[in-house]
Design a protein around this ligand. Structure first.
Ligand SMILES: NC(=O)c1ccc[n+]([C@@H]2O[C@H](COP(=O)([O-])OP(=O)(O)OC[C@H]3O[C@@H](n4cnc5c(N)ncnc54)[C@H](OP(=O)(O)O)[C@@H]3O)[C@@H](O)[C@H]2O)c1
Length: 287
């Protein structure tokens, strides 16, 4: 039986989208069409699905969404030529290369080719450097979405211990930097555990807030969770179209509050992406 309070991401995303919609409309009123370009390489179904979701969202929010679909046989220079084309286009304010790219391509090199001012994923090394330095810049979407989610649901973070399972570049590592910053919605004692810490459950079992960021289905079991604590499920893996979360569903019986298996961290990630995009459009067109 689940006693845990659910922490859905959808109302958090709706709140962010309301702000983005107003800012996009204000740009349009000045004759500027905010624009988020997407680049997809190959024919992966899940990736094509993510792009469709982002394009639909773009239309609803009042964004243009130019798209380039390269074949799976595209070369690195084909990919980087599209990136540099969007870099040079003043009508494009943000862009993203959908991850993953086919194995013969270098995603990190493509990321480096993106103009950091148009990096709406917040994953360009310059923007990750700004995060590390505590300087304003586009924040990585999933970590920033998790901070928003906790704040929206009034989960106290300041002064509490957050334990993150996973130190990946997209989630665990930037989230640790973000939640350790001196800010009322952060300000946490952050511990990061990974495969180098075989007894990682020693840390997760004392966490006030546990964030799963491993991408290993079911790795977080009820015995890894401190009773009454907050559990955030960030890591997921796909088996075809089926979503396999890191957090086993029985953790709901132990946690005090927990993100739902569907509609948790995902919607907040997309919302922060568009918040970064509207901010990029504003920065390129100062009033
Ligand atoms: N919900 C969303 O919107 C959203 C968005 C972005 C990403 N994600 C998900 O977030 C997850 C993390 O992404 P990422 O790119 O940051 O991850 P990543 O680079 O794949 O890193 C995974 C991390 O988990 C650790 N790990 C894996 N297996 C482990 C085990 N058995 N015991 C302990 N630690 C283990 C790894 O440790 P080592 O470093 O020691 O190898 C690594 O630090 C993925 O599942 C991704 O799909 C979700």
């Amino acid at each position: 039986m689940s006693n845990a309070k659910l922490l859905p991401g959808t109302p958090v995303a709706e709140k962010i989208f309301a702000d983005v919609t107003a800012r996009a409309a204000a740009l349009r009123a000045r004759g500027i069409a905010p624009s988020l370009a997407t680049i997809l390489v190959g024919d992966d179904d899940a990736s094509a699905g993510y792009i469709r979701i982002k394009q639909k969202q773009a239309t609803e929010l009042g964004f243009d969404s130019p798209h380039t679909h390269l074949p799976a046989s595209a070369t690195q220079s084909d990919l980087e030529a599209v990136v540099t084309g969007y870099n040079a286009d003043p009508g494009v304010h943000g862009m993203l290369v959908q991850y993953p790219v086919p194995k013969h391509l270098d995603y990190d090199a493509a990321l480096l080719a993106i103009d950091p001012a148009k990096d709406v994923d917040g994953m360009h090394p310059l923007n990750l450097g700004k995060l590390a330095a505590g300087v304003p810049g586009p924040l990585p979407c999933t970590p920033a979405g998790i901070e928003e989610l906790l704040a929206f649901h009034e989960i106290p973070v300041s002064g509490r211990e957050v334990v993150i399972l996973g130190r990946g570049a997209t989630l665990g590592r930037p989230l640790a930097m973000l939640l350790a910053q001196k800010r009322p919605t952060a300000n946490a004692a952050v511990t990061v555990v990974h495969t180098g810490v075989p007894d990682w459950d020693r840390y997760t079992r004392r966490a006030d807030i546990l964030v799963a960021a491993a991408g290993v289905p079911g790795i977080i079991q009820p015995e890894h969770v401190r009773p009454g604590s907050v559990v955030v499920g960030g890591g997921v893996r796909y088996s075809g179209r089926k979503l396999l979360p890191d957090v086993d569903e029985r953790c709901e019986e132990v946690a005090g509050a927990i993100t739902p298996r569907v509609g948790g961290v995902g919607p907040t990630t997309v919302a922060v992406l568009f918040r970064n995009a509207v901010a990029a459009a504003e920065a390129a067109n100062p009033a």
